[in-house]
Design a protein around this ligand. Sequence first.
Ligand SMILES: [Zn+2]
Length: 537
Amino acid sequence: MATTVITDALVIVSTDQRGRVETSDAIAIDGNRIVAIGDAARAMVDLPDTDLIDGTGHTILPGVGDGHAHPIFAGLELLGPEIRSGRTPEAIATSVKQFADANPDLEWIVGGSYDSSIIPGGLFDATWLDSIDRPVVLNAWDYHTVWVNSEALRRAGVTSETPEPELGRIVRRPDGTPMGTLQEYGAIDLVKAVMPADDSERLALALKRASDHFIELGVTWVQDAWVDPQHVDGYLEAAAKGFIRNRFNLALRAEPTAWRPQVEAFPLDRERIRSANHPLLTCNTVKFFADGVVENHTAAMIDPYTDRVEQDDRGIANWTQEELTAAAIEFDRLGFQLHIHAIGDMGNRLALNAFEEVERVNGPRDRRGVIAHVQILEPSDLGRFAQLGVIANFEPYWAQMDPLMTELTLPRIGHRSAHQYRIVDVIESGAYVTFGSDWPVTTPDWRSGLEVGVTRETTDGVPVGGWEPSQRVSPAQGVWAYTAAMAHQAFADDSGTLKPGSVADFIELSANPLEIEPHKLPSVRVIATWVDGKRYG
Ligand SMILES: [Zn+2]
């Protein structure tokens, strides 16, 4: 196979958690491997059969990983109407109508995700979407709320007579008729039950859109943190059609009420992915939701929410400690990596306790468990990540004083604001820290994530000097969390750095992200993305 040598580039060979950086000026690739860097790579230029690429001063960075994302949901959004930028209900309805007119064969119009804060209380009316001649279902950004039109309510049989579901809320007008906003799954499922399910062809198309977008951004490895059984078919279909361009590791979602049969089923799903023998797909992980989110008062807290002390509201743990631990032990015994969503300080403690018990009961093993989000950590729990070898996956874009933080988070948690996103403290404790996007909840663009992680300011520069500035990572630490640390999370020890023998996953950038003024990071262009030795650009 021909060797490719890229010269005259700044090659960022590796970064580490202390912010140390190793660089070179040339890199040689043969097949899907890096075979040499620096002088040794330049020496290969004169060999027969060598392709030479002039790097023209670009920066070469190890491929970026996204340690927690939802590519299926994101891809389905991209297949639907564009409503994310809509600042008024009319603008959203116009976009939905145009999309419906352009897609006359779709029986239902499904889209996401709208910003519920554009209307006070987030209460949207079905009639605003009634100019569309078919049922419409739109997801809010939090994926815990939908806005539907009257035809969707009619098909679901939701009327003034419908009783309130147990785990959800049908928002009603004063006369008792359903308004068109459904909150939480108990209510949302009333409509979902009558919607046609997405078949594997559509799921495969969604994955194609997501994968194409990751490649544009320079993201080479993605942890899909929510895979249901039918999604596995979507991945297999996408793989068969050649739609998969970046690496995906699938996390099968364990449910508190169904995990025992899932202990039987998940190894079969893992085997289906394994036997497809696709070089970019793995299914090594099981996902748990320990709790919900602060904005809905569903994150599990040690002490009551500041605005609900009288009700003694401490949020909702989705699992008891006993059940979470029992399930974690069983899935660990099957060799799965565990990936636990935890937002509240009690959610994080439940997850850490489960990992501690897994280690005690099943014995030591290289398990690389992950807690995702790690929003609020009780200070006495901070050192446990390093002790237990648990990876803390943060979404750095969330560590900013945006309206979500100032209006929906701080009033609910009071002094615990300072316990949020202790990224530097966790790194300094000796634990692995990885970064992620939670796309489509927030942008999949790692350049914006790095910008916020480094500044702890909004993209407009607020507050000046950063919120909790001691927790600002250096650019090199941030890149480490997106690359070498991510390789650890991915069990891909031959990636994340650009050393001879590493897999050829890397990106060509127009500027050096370690040197550029942090607020200019989003302007760094991704010129090409290499995955497994293939160049897309
Ligand atoms: Zn998520």
